[in-house]
Design a protein around this ligand. Sequence first.
Ligand code: GLV
Ligand code: MN
Ligand code: MN
Length: 410
Amino acid sequence: MRVDLRTRAGQVLQRCQKLALFSEDAGSLRRTFLSAPMRDCHREIASWLQPLGLSPRIDAAGNLRALYPAAASGAPRLFIGSHLDTVPNAGAFDGVLGVVLAVALLESLDGKRLPFAIELVGFSEEEGVRFSTPFLGSLALVGRLSESHLAKTDSRGISVREAIESFGLHPAELPGAAMSRDTLAFLEFHIEQGPALENLGLSLAVVDAISGQTRLEFRFSGRANHAGTTPMDLRHDALAAAAEWIAAVEREARRTPGLVATVGSIQAKPGVANVIPGDVRATLDVRHASDGARTQAVAKLTHLAEEIAARRGLAVAHTLLLEQPAIPMDPFLSGQIETAIRAAGCKPHHMTSGAGHDAMILAGSVPSGMIFLRTPGGISHDPAESVLPADVEKALECGMQLLAQLASSS
Ligand code: GLV
Ligand code: MN
Ligand code: MN
């Protein structure tokens, strides 16, 4: 029975909500790399693919992979997907929507085979929540998940390698997770996660490039002491220093066009009311469409931390967690996406993504393209994250059109 696009779009939304139930936290969504709910998530997706005759495999990096065969053997492969992990207190659509839409596109083909195979991928890790390092899933696909990634540990001291093993997977098989040489391209549907499309009253955008990002951890080391007896002028308060720096980070980013800088996590020790904090760790996330502007901003913000610490008689050190340059999407694919968006009856908007995506890792190895869906209120990384059913319908129409275009050009 043919299912119309509106019904399919409704099912996409329901499925995203269903996956949002698989969480490590009661009452809110958190699903990190190879956690128990990730297994439930895989099982649920497998149950949707089974009627298509597909049985997904989980590769050695924990990515869900399902191959929809081509019309003929030996044909190249188009990858479509996004990530299945989430931030804490997440919404239901970041990443997941791209995987669920890929399932719906396979269903919409109604068994029709194309001149290329389609490999659906649900990446195991994109957010960097569990190991403070993002893109573990997509790095495995491009053969760049290194020994140093495998050695990273989470807050309980469990390494990436150990997490892979305790999920029943084998790190020695990681080379088998790499994309095959016959890969045609990678396509990722994703919510915009910002206000641009909504402000323009448009449904879909072509992503021309993804902004670069640097993530660091700063450690302010002062001196813990008694909160009642230590005079204010004799303190080396690490939290007060960090607070001054955080305000300076915000000021600097506000006055630099295109720059966004965020201190998203802070830990003060010993962390009790009556002790002056002696030790503070704070993360810094810096992004800009221009790599030069980003690098310059990181140097300036680091200098500010050093200057504030020195003035207050503290030490400060920093560790680099991620340095990811900005990357353009493939111009041919972007052109095809623009045509497909028009064919779906929408006006295409072109934009640079401020958020990081798996496509930025894949783009270094294979032609990659992204399609954004409007995000109501521009709200993401929050339970209020949403997407409009009519936009999902348009995204499906655009996806079907894109597959037809790529089929006729290959
Ligand atoms: C991923 O969501 C990011 O931090 O951009
Ligand atoms: Mn995200
Ligand atoms: Mn995402």
